[in-house]
Design a protein around this ligand. Structure first.
Ligand code: FEO
Length: 396
């Protein structure tokens, strides 16, 4: 089947990876896609490649349009190997001397990924490259998602090729936002929360820069998931909200448990938070994947964390989620810690240290229960939750 022509002479030659379920620690139950785009003009340009292992499918797609050897150049918007993994084979096939346009850091980073000689041509923001009837303009977008990242804009078609920006880990029959509708937004939110949250300040500046440049955008083509052609403003608006880490009146209660005591506490705390009129969900760490938890953290105002004490320490699942969360730099959260213990009971203090390191506002002192909670302890947990819920409401 011929690849989809997304605009006259511009084709999506990328591939769906239906079976990937873990993308460097991020759960991808719907798989993902590695989008790549072919622009057929007086010169033929391939924008990005695909992950190694899918190179033959990329060649197959290109060959439905032209002989891959007729490609004149490649643009590498991002060095990460889900987009560059096929680069060496592509260059071998189309001609080793043909240019690969990339950012200055892309030139450096691609050089450290591919040790064979490639004709890497560094471009800078604002630089243009004529393909004939069309012009490629480059915009460096450092840390969206790596230091080398850049966008490529085609002004004649008003298309922004945004690499990881505005993407979603989603493989489906749908290729465009109008085909899937709002059902794509949770995937876009999860992608932002797990890939881009820590770069939120840079994204705010980037969205402002794109606005200041006055780029007219009819279509946004990310390197993962669907293409935004009906309403590109929708994902841009969502990025503004997510970059500001705008929270809702919402709390999550993360916990693990050994003999259900910390679980009993978690459920009672969630009941108390809910009684204060705050949306709340207890999230058991052996049920919820860390990447789904981070998606909830993005717009939660309060993150309440519970762990039993195991070997004078946190439960290992807590160490996992707290390390992951700290790296993604959630901002302006209310936090609190709780947990059951047998004799030493260090876990609550250790959680508080982690929450403090993330600059969470600890509105209540940590709550501990020895062994199994009784009625009075569960009442105290509900009260603890109610106070946290009230602090959430007060913060709006
Ligand atoms: Fe889709 Fe940062 O790679």
């Amino acid at each position: 089947m011929k690849p989809i022509e997304i605009a006259k002479g511009i084709y999506d030659v990328g591939v769906n990876d239906w079976n990937i379920s873990d993308f460097h620690g991020y759960s991808t139950p719907f798989g993902t896609s590695y989008n790549a785009f072919l622009i057929v003009d007086e010169k033929v340009a391939l924008l990005d490649t695909v992950k190694a292992g899918f190179t033959d499918e990329l060649f197959y797609n290109i060959s439905k349009i032209i002989d891959p050897k007729k490609s004149d150049l490649v643009v590498s918007n991002h060095t990460e190997m889900d987009h560059s993994g096929s680069l060496a084979r592509v260059m071998h096939r189309i001609g080793q001397d043909k240019p690969v346009y990339c950012s200055k850091l892309g030139q450096k980073n691609l050089g450290m990924h591919f040790r064979q000689k490639l004709n890497l041509q560094a471009v800078t923001s604002g630089q243009e490259l004529s393909l004939g009837k069309r012009t490629l303009s480059f915009l460096e977008t450092r840390m969206v998602h790596w230091p080398d990242s850049m966008f490529t804009y085609v002004k004649e078609d008003k298309i922004l090729f945004s690499s990881d920006g505005f993407g979603q880990h989603y493989a489906g029959w749908e290729k465009f936002d109008d085909q899937i509708g709002d059902a794509i937004m949770p995937h876009a939110k999860k992608y932002f929360a797990n890939i881009l949250m820590l770069y939120a300040p840079l994204l705010k500046k980037l969205v402002q820069k794109v606005t200041d440049l006055g780029l007219e955008i009819d279509m946004i083509c990310p390197d993962h998931g669907i293409i935004w052609r009906k309403d590109p403003g929708k994902i841009i608006d969502a990025y503004v909200r997510w970059s500001n880490q705008e929270a809702k009146k919402k709390a999550i209660v993360l916990y693990d448990t050994m003999w259900h005591s910390t679980e009993m506490m978690a459920n009672a705390i969630a009941t108390g938070i809910g009684a204060a009129g705050v949306e709340v969900r207890p999230m058991y760490l052996r049920k919820w994947h860390r990447s789904d938890i981070m998606t909830e953290v993005l717009d939660a105002k309060a993150v309440v964390v519970g762990s039993p004490t195991l070997n004078n320490n946190l439960f290992p699942t807590l160490a996992d989620i707290l390390t992951y969360m700290k790296g993604l730099k959630p901002k302006d959260k209310i936090g609190a810690a709780f947990g059951s213990y047998g004799w030493s009971g260090e876990a609550v203090k250790l959680i508080e240290q982690e929450l403090t390191a993330m600059k969470f506002d600890l509105v209540e002192p940590g709550l501990r229960v020895q062994y199994v909670p009784g009625d009075e302890h569960l009442d105290a947990c509900q009260e603890f939750g109610r106070k946290i819920g009230e602090a959430v409401v007060k913060s709006f």
